[in-house]
Design a protein around this ligand. Structure first.
Ligand code: HEM
Length: 630
């Protein structure tokens, strides 16, 4: 207790000195940026909500303008809500604006080579960024979109079988697809999900107290639950990454390795060309670069996929227009990556979902290394610079009627965002939502494929619509903008119907899933190279994921805590549940509104405690016949 008091006093002392130092004379004509008034010592933190903080920062932009500052515990934070200003500073003056701030709850983030995206502007960062570019480029040539397609085909059939568990299937899709890209196998995906969520908590302002009350970072590990948690998480992640690279090495030794980022790296290391061998650093570094790419993919892509479902609930006309495009161009076939030039509306929907509900609404902050003057305002060295993505996407000059989900803004010359040729545009390259300047997101090719395939697949297969009340038949409300509070925001759960559009599409989905399963059996070293996933289970504590039910164990009954959920219409062999089709009059049996199963599902969705980090339930029932470890 005494230690805590001493630390508090020391913390206040540091803040006083910091404040005194910051209060300096400005050259004539130079002003500090406008912003809300600060309280002594704490600055302006007391009225920033823990949930939806970006809405408050956006509200302030309406009062103080598209660039303003707040002070939080002695640090100046600059908030930018205009894409043009973000480019002026973060892109055109990238030489001083490409640093990252120190994260109090992960104080070595600027120097440790373990987290490319969080590294300061150092030589390690430059080397790692080059390696990341090289891996991304080489793999796009190597036809790696076969992996997202395989996982999309698995995902669609799971969503058809059990739409109420959509968050689980989406998170499985993203983590499995990126695991395959990184290591050529989906087996590490559930542990990856676990460690990745932990990291998101570690670095998010709302995820760990020291990120707001930064003096708490000085607490010794014995007194800091945050430090202990992060150490355990990091140790698990390290073991996972070692196991993954070991798996690829062994697969390569047996000539069974599938293409992956790590495979590409190891092949360059084995090259006869000395320069090629020396170019990309050592295996330990590559292991972390690829690990960070996996983390980035597993964290983010689920957000727009969930937001697509939300948008379709609110905008049935847009869904119909998208289905018309897909049906008209593909004649009943499910979209494939090769179809992208022919489907501009689908690409517009992908981009508009991201604009409408930005996955990283407060942006990933940069730091400025030297004092800078912008339009007569001082931006002091060390300030944290936020491109406020939520605000940028609400700039009415660029996005008229910004609150409305309108994919046509990317396709119609009447809108400022229109760009030709439509075989190429819209696409995600250069989109503000992926950052600015030298720190721009390196995963755009992966995001583009994953979202095109999943959103296109869902529009082809399902009518997404609001669920009806089992008793009154009235539409159940679906929230408009309730998002989880961490750095990557996802919609909180909502109920909807995913009605398959025809019996034929159900049969196609089943076939596609079966084909995907056969393709998956060929991947990941096949049966020759085993990956010991069980070694990690003890580290997962109480967390149970649906994939923990191994293949073949499914019995048509899943459990959630103490509640057993039976999947009516399914048997152990994985036959289909009874469902109605949107274009047929087939009556629902067990799944009909008002049935016991329906009320069971509703109760589960509403009553189970949310995992506050993920915004989803801690454990989900298993779908019989789904396949997990291949
Ligand atoms: C919807 C999905 C995604 C969104 C919205 C997103 C957004 C972002 C944003 C806003 C940044 C920070 C840019 C800046 O500081 O100016 C970033 C950085 C980064 N992203 Fe993504 N990202 C996504 C998916 C991915 C994926 C799938 C990968 C890798 C496979 C990836 C890899 C990275 C890397 C390596 C960085 C760090 C760049 C650096 O600091 O130099 N991202 N991303």
């Amino acid at each position: 207790m005494i230690a805590i008091w001493l630390l508090l006093i020391a913390g206040v002392g540091v803040l006083v000195v910091h404040r005194y130092r910051n209060r300096r004379r400005l050259p004539p004509g130079i002003r500090p940026l406008p912003g809300p008034r600060s309280l002594p010592f704490i600055g302006r933190v007391h009225d920033i909500p823990a949930v939806g903080s970006w809405l408050k920062f956006y509200e302030w932009s309406k009062v103080y303008g598209p660039i303003y500052q707040t002070v939080m515990f002695g640090t100046v934070h600059v908030w930018i809500s205009s894409e043009a200003i973000a480019h002026d500073l973060l892109s055109k003056r990238a030489i001083v604006y490409s640093d990252r701030p120190m994260i109090p709850n992960l104080p070595d983030n600027r120097t440790s080579g373990d987290y490319l995206a969080l590294l300061g502007s150092t030589e390690t960062w430059k080397r790692q960024r080059k390696l990341c570019n090289h891996l991304m480029h080489t793999s796009s040539l190597a036809d790696l979109h076969a992996y997202p397609t395989l996982e999309r085909d698995r995902f669609l059939y799971l969503l058809y079988q059990d739409p109420d568990n959509y968050i689980e299937w989406i998170e499985q899709f993203t983590s499995r697809a990126v695991s395959r890209l990184c290591w050529g196998t989906a087996r590490p995906s559930q542990i990856l999900r676990h460690t990745t969520l932990g990291l998101l908590e570690t670095i998010s302002p709302s995820g760990a107290l020291p990120n707001v009350a930064s003096f708490l970072r000085h607490l010794p590990a014995a007194l800091s639950p945050w430090k202990r948690k992060e150490r355990a998480r990091h140790a698990l992640e390290d073991r996972l990454f070692h196991a993954n690279i070991g798996f690829v090495e062994e697969s390569m030794a047996r000539e069974r390795a599938d293409p992956s980022f790590i495979h590409t790296f190891l092949r360059s290391k084995g090259s006869a060309d000395d320069r090629e061998r020396a170019r990309w650093g050592d295996a330990a570094e590559a292991m972390h670069v690829v690990g960070l790419m996996a983390i980035a993919g597993a964290l983010t892509i689920g957000s727009p996929i969930q937001s697509y479902l939300l948008a379709m609930c609110h905008y049935p006309d847009q869904q119909r227009a998208l289905q018309d495009e897909i049906d008209g161009v593909l004649g009943g076939r499910c979209p494939q990556w090769e179809d992208r030039e022919k489907l501009p509306l689908l690409r517009a929907v992908v981009k508009e979902v991201i604009r409408w509900r930005p996955p990283v609404p407060t942006g990933i902050p940069h730091a400025v290394e030297k004092d800078d003057i912008y339009n007569g305002y001082l931006i002091p060295a060390g300030a944290t610079i936020h491109a406020l993505e939520w605000g940028i996407t609400r700039d009415e000059a660029v996005y008229p009627d910004a609150e409305t989900f309108n994919p046509r803004r990317w396709l119609d010359p009447a809108f400022p965002t229109f760009r030709e040729p439509l075989t190429q545009f819209p696409n995600l390259h250069g989109f503000s939502q992926f950052g600015f300047g030298r720190r721009t997101c390196q995963g755009i090719p992966v995001v583009e494929q994953d979202l095109f395939l999943t959103m296109g697949g869902m529009a082809w297969a399902f009518d997404i619509r609001k669920r009806r009340d089992p008793r009154s038949g009235a539409e159940l409300p679906v929230h408009w903008n309730d998002y989880t509070p961490l750095l990557i925001a996802k919609p909180t759960p909502f109920l909807f119907d995913a009605l398959p559009r025809s019996a034929d599409k159900v049969a196609r989905m089943r076939d596609m899933s079966e084909d995907a399963r056969a393709r998956a059996r060929e991947c990941g070293g096949g049966a020759d190279v085993a990956m010991d996933i069980a070694q990690f289970r003890p580290d997962l504590g109480d967390c149970i994921y649906a994939d923990d039910v191994a293949d073949g164990e499914a019995d048509g009954v899943g459990s959630v805590g103490d509640t057993r959920v039976s999947m009516a219409g399914c048997d152990a062999a994985g036959s289909e549940p009874d469902l109605s089709f949107s274009d047929a009059s087939t009556a629902r049996s067990s799944d009909e509104p008002g049935s016991d199963l329906e009320s069971d599902k509703l109760r589960l969705m509403m009553e189970l405690p949310l995992d506050p980090r993920l915004g989803c339930k801690p454990a989900m029932p298993h779908v019989p016949g789904s396949w997990n470890w291949t």
